[in-house]
Design a protein around this ligand. Structure first.
Ligand SMILES: NC(=O)c1ccc[n+]([C@@H]2O[C@H](COP(=O)([O-])OP(=O)(O)OC[C@H]3O[C@@H](n4cnc5c(N)ncnc54)[C@H](OP(=O)(O)O)[C@@H]3O)[C@@H](O)[C@H]2O)c1
Length: 356
């Protein structure tokens, strides 16, 4: 990780949230080789957590005002949820901080106005960690493929669900047992409904639709089929066809008819395909561009250490060029979200074959 070689002052970072992601970020930012300086940690359990994880030179607080009034250059938001995260990100930008967040729900709902605020403030809002964990899909779409016109995205975006499905596939266990196993390995939260039901992937897909197609998509309107009823017998039925089952997020946009087709659902995929070979808490994406064809990207989609990689990459980008202004995306709501012939309701009435 490199910071700005021309800057004499180390980039100062304040961290909101000391949970799975925040503690991994704190460990990286306090390692001997870090070019950054972790100055503050906010958490509602600050006193107790400070005792368990003392870091030299870092002050702890549970008051957001302490962060807003501090001299931190960058605020990392890793508390999750919508409130108060949205308000705290906004307040940090208003206070002249750049912000790095892992929060897909906030970016899916409020990304555009927050990015506009950041640009007005001459600060940056970066969110690579909000989609795909360590898999750098936000930069791939927003920067690497900016020279193409993206027409479709197919992706495994929820590491928890992928860990659960690939565990059932490998062992023939029940969904409940696979969820418990994922929880024991730290891949799943106590309540996995948002993962299995598709809400988490829908929020991430809405972010990718904004980046790839310039569309303002209400994540709750994206059709989704839950994976919660999948059983070992479904995998047994798919196996003779050399297929397996994955929760896929799909979006394609027809710019002539202004029609977006988007869904999140468990679908049959070829066992030999990129998606079939994606196991455990990994993510994968195939991005189809008009000029470049298919670009594939694959990697660790969840977990504190992997997510911290994306966050620290964003801090590094800010530290490299603190004066950079990232223009807010111009999103349009003038499109049709095609839902009529994508009637996914229960597994398994629909099995979409994804050729890849
Ligand atoms: N975990 C992953 O693999 C992963 C991957 C990619 C992105 N993310 C995103 O990263 C963010 C953090 O996830 P996480 O897994 O690290 O969650 P987490 O383990 O629950 O950590 C959140 C931390 O913030 C604290 N917190 C929550 N609300 C707060 C408030 N209002 N005031 C002060 N402290 C508060 C929590 O305290 P308590 O312990 O008291 O609740 C906890 O210490 C989320 O947006 C998540 O979607 C997570």
């Amino acid at each position: 990780v490199r910071s700005d070689p021309f800057s004499s002052r180390r980039c100062r970072v304040a961290l909101l949230g000391f949970g799975t992601v925040g503690s991994a970020v704190a460990r990286r930012l306090t390692a001997a080789d870090t070019p950054f300086q972790l100055t503050q940690i906010l958490d509602r359990g600050a006193a107790q957590k400070q005792r368990a994880a003392p870091f030299a030179g870092v002050s702890w607080t549970s008051q957001i005002e302490d962060i807003l009034l501090s001299d931190a250059d960058v605020v990392v938001e890793a508390i999750g949820g919508i409130d108060p995260a949205t308000d705290w990100i906004r307040s940090a930008l208003v206070a002249g901080k750049s912000v790095v967040t892992a929060n897909k729900q906030v970016i899916a709902r409020q990304g555009a106005p927050l990015l506009a605020l950041a640009a007005r403030q001459g600060r940056q809002l970066r969110f690579e960690a909000a989609v795909g964990g360590a898999m750098p899909i936000v930069r791939a779409i927003g920067e690497g493929l900016a020279g193409d016109r993206i027409v479709a995205i197919d992706a495994i975006l929820n590491g928890t669900t992928n860990a659960v499905l690939s565990q059932i596939e490998a062992t023939g266990c029940s969904l409940d047992a696979a969820v418990r196993s994922a929880q024991a390995r730290g891949y799943a939260e106590a309540d996995s409904a948002a993962d299995l039901g598709g809400d988490d992937a829908r929020a991430k897909l809405a972010i990718l639709c904004a980046l790839a197609f310039g569309l303002r998509v209400d994540a709750s309107r994206i059709p989704a089929v839950s994976c919660a009823a999948i059983a070992a017998a479904d995998f047994a039925r798919a196996r003779p066809r050399d297929a397996t089952i994955r929760q896929l997020a799909h979006a394609d946009y027809d710019r002539r008819s202004l029609t977006l087709t988007a869904w999140v659902a468990p679908v049959d995929v070829s066992a030999a395909s990129l998606f079939g070979r994606t196991v455990g808490p990994q993510n994968a994406a195939l991005i189809t561009g008009e000029y470049s064809g298919e670009i594939g990207i694959f990697g660790a989609g969840a977990g504190g250490a992997a997510t911290a990689v994306a966050i620290i990459g964003d801090i590094a980008a800010i530290a490299r060029d603190r004066a950079a202004i990232v223009p807010a995306p111009a999103l349009t709501s003038n499109f049709i979200l095609k839902t009529s012939d994508v009637v996914f309701q229960t597994w398994p009435p629909v099995a979409v074959e994804v050729a890849c």
